[in-house]
Design a protein around this ligand. Structure first.
Ligand code: RIB
Ligand code: CA
Length: 321
């Protein structure tokens, strides 16, 4: 097997974050160096608690969790609308025994990425929430950029409308200033925006399949996935919920399932009307080099099949459990 890809998962659990984490936990191709929850779908105390609970659910209490920023860089928090009061829908997980590390997410990112830069073994950053933690770390020590192989991010909307406002996707709107700092860093980005994630709808029939194969996490997975159903055929073209965050993990496991186009990406962080809107310079109008590959096409059936195979590992079929 190839050398595992070293990753850090920056997240705001969050139902789809949870599915992404559970998929990553049983994927030996990934060496998860740390999980860094941030204020996003829920206030920080809940995203940290949810991350700890999901590590216990997934049997991965070996992975350190570092609490991140409790607010966006400048704007007030806006929180998510589709994750329920706890951030995990109706699912009640046991009070976590696992504790977050004493080190903050920002200090962890600085230390880990500095080490990665020194050793010339850069780490892949999986950003599936507002990008506050990494932006603050970059502001404190910009040189950590050399320790990042690339950023695989869920966020933005380029040829799609927004999902929180007419123009903005949630992660970008929640902290547009952080996104601006990250987009200006020249670190290579793979952008899984709504353009990609809306192609992969988790439909009711999929939920039944996931419940059937996922063994000891079956109840939790079906609860989470049922809660995730938007039931908005007009907006999404079908029942179900868009599989946003898990696509970041699937991209790492099977990049051949995705097609992308190069662009320079920007985010509106000043105008109120279009705050958080992401803009793609596809044709070099900005005279800046592309900094992103924007995923434009997804083999959605194959993504679902891969997710089913991975989550079936919680039934003891194979994998690292
Ligand atoms: O717009 C979708 C994104 O916002 C996902 O990351 C979801 O978890 C929320 O954070
Ligand atoms: Ca998220």
């Amino acid at each position: 097997m190839m050398k595992p890809i070293s990753i850090i998962i920056d997240c705001d659990p969050g139902i789809d974050d949870t599915i992404a984490l559970l998929t990553a936990f049983v994927s030996p191709e990934l060496d998860i160096r740390g999980i860094t929850p941030v204020c996003g779908n829920q206030p920080l105390e809940k995203t940290v608690r949810n991350a700890l609970q999901v590590c216990e659910l997934g049997g991965r209490t070996d992975i350190p969790v570092y609490a991140g920023c409790f607010k966006p860089m400048i704007r007030e928090p806006i929180y998510g609308q589709f994750h329920g009061k706890s951030g995990l829908g109706n699912t009640m997980l046991p009070e976590p025994v696992k504790k977050p590390e004493a080190q903050s997410a920002v200090d962890f990112l600085i230390a880990e990425l500095s080490k990665a830069a020194e050793k010339q073994e850069p780490i892949t950053l999986c950003c599936i929430g507002p990008m506050t933690n990494f932006a603050v770390a970059l502001r404190i020590k910009p040189e950590i950029a050399a320790g990042v192989e690339r950023i695989i991010m869920m966020g933005g909307a380029y040829r799609e409308s927004g999902n929180r406002t007419m123009t903005a996707e949630f992660n970008m709107l929640a902290d547009p200033h952080a996104a601006h700092i990250v987009f200006s860093s020249n670190i290579p980005i793979v952008a899984l925006a709504l353009d990609a994630t809306h192609q992969v709808m988790l439909k009711p029939e999929h939920v039944d399949e996931f419940a059937r194969v996922s063994g000891r996490i079956s109840t939790t997975i079906s609860e989470l996935m049922m809660f995730w159903d938007r039931n908005d055929v007009r907006r999404y073209g079908s029942r179900g919920g868009p599989l946003h965050d898990p696509l970041v993990i699937v991209y790492l496991l099977a990049p051949h399932l995705f097609e992308s186009e190069p662009a320079r990406i920007f985010v509106e962080h000043e105008s109120e009307l279009c705050m958080g809107q992401t803009i793609a310079d596809w044709y070099g109008k900005s005279n800046l080099e592309p900094n992103a590959q924007i995923v434009s096409k997804v083999n959605s059936q194959a993504v679902i099949e891969l997710m089913l195979e991975r989550l079936s590992r919680y039934a003891g079929n194979k994998g690292t459990l």
